[in-house]
Ligand binder design. Structure first.
Ligand SMILES: Cc1cc2nc3c(=O)[nH]c(=O)nc-3n(C[C@H](O)[C@H](O)[C@H](O)COP(=O)(O)OP(=O)(O)OC[C@H]3O[C@@H](n4cnc5c(N)ncnc54)[C@H](O)[C@@H]3O)c2cc1C
Length: 262
């Protein structure tokens, strides 16, 4: 849609002074989907030229904030990457524009790039206006529905997935209230060679919840751990699912994952 309060778009490579009313522009698939009356200027990241995906020494994978969902899907046939891209309720037009960084920064509970990077121990690199860098685990980047740790003018530059996390076995489950609907529950399990087991819960909760176990837990241990880790008000409540349904499905899908990764 037209955003008639936005009066200027400038290139992120050239702009200098961050002002109230500025916003980073990733793919624009959220920004242009509804009115943004508080915004006056976009700082466009699309011409930064950042390499979308690159392997680092030691086998870690760096994903630039500007990497699109389509780039990520084409890059690897690892099941978890494909499953998370497919969990995006979107057409190919959105896939080709929406960025991994925009998905994290939008911070919707149903953000599948949040699920993927949180489950694979991603580290977010953030850059402040004065150039100072800081790193935040992807699992802690989103703090609530539409909320995250970014400070005014701070940029998400990239997310790095460590080699050890990429080597784990994974299992994925997602549920929506209707076919091809927005994720109401998204659970990812991982297990490494030592037997360590982790479950990452997103979409059903307002922020990612990661549970780690030295060894695969029993059904009761897993259910109890989930209930202890998710406070009542963190089960998400919106038109895509009631909190009771989200909790029920989370427990059920986590148990399926526990069995799959036996
Ligand atoms: C039909 C449709 C279906 C959708 N389905 C889903 C869905 O299933 N799940 C979901 O989560 N979302 C969904 N969305 C919302 C949106 O498309 C996604 O969240 C998308 O990933 C946003 O990425 P973008 O690059 O387009 O972000 P933009 O729209 O460009 O930006 C989103 C927000 O992030 C900020 N931002 C962008 N990049 C950075 C950066 N590098 N550093 C700091 N801030 C940044 C922007 O200022 C803005 O506040 C959907 C949208 C549409 C139109």
């Amino acid at each position: 849609m037209d955003l008639n309060t936005v009066l200027e778009v400038c290139d992120a490579r050239e702009f200098q002074d961050w002002r109230t009313g500025d916003a980073w522009l990733g793919g624009g698939t959220y920004l242009f989907s509804e009115p943004q009356p508080h915004l006056r200027r976009f700082v466009d990241l699309s011409r930064t030229g950042w390499t979308p995906l690159r392997w680092l020494q030691g086998g870690a994978l760096e994903i630039a904030a500007t990497c699109t969902v389509a780039d990520l899907f084409r890059f690897t046939d690892r099941p978890l990457f494909r499953e998370c891209c497919n969990a995006f309720l979107a057409s190919f037009k959105i896939w080709n524009m929406a960025t991994v960084g925009g998905n994290l920064c939008n911070s919707l509970p149903a953000g599948p790039m949040i699920s993927l990077t949180a489950a694979l121990d991603g580290e977010c690199m953030l850059r402040a206006q004065d150039g100072v860098l800081r790193w935040v685990p992807a699992a802690e980047f989103v703090t609530g529905a539409g909320e995250n740790v970014l400070r005014a003018g701070e940029l998400l530059r990239s997310v790095t997935l460590p080699a050890a996390a990429l080597a784990r076995r994974t299992a994925f489950r997602q549920a929506s209230l209707y076919g091809l609907g927005r994720s109401g529950v998204l659970v990812i399990g991982t297990r490494d060679r030592s037997g360590a087991f982790a479950v990452t819960i997103t979409a059903s909760t307002t922020r990612p919840i990661v549970l780690r176990f030295r060894l695969r837990p029993s059904e009761t241990e897993l259910g109890t751990a989930i209930d202890q880790a998710v406070p009542e008000d963190v089960w998400f409540d919106d038109i895509h699912g009631l909190p009771q349904w989200r909790r029920h499905m989370t427990l059920r899908l986590a148990e399926e994952i526990r069995r799959e990764l036996a």
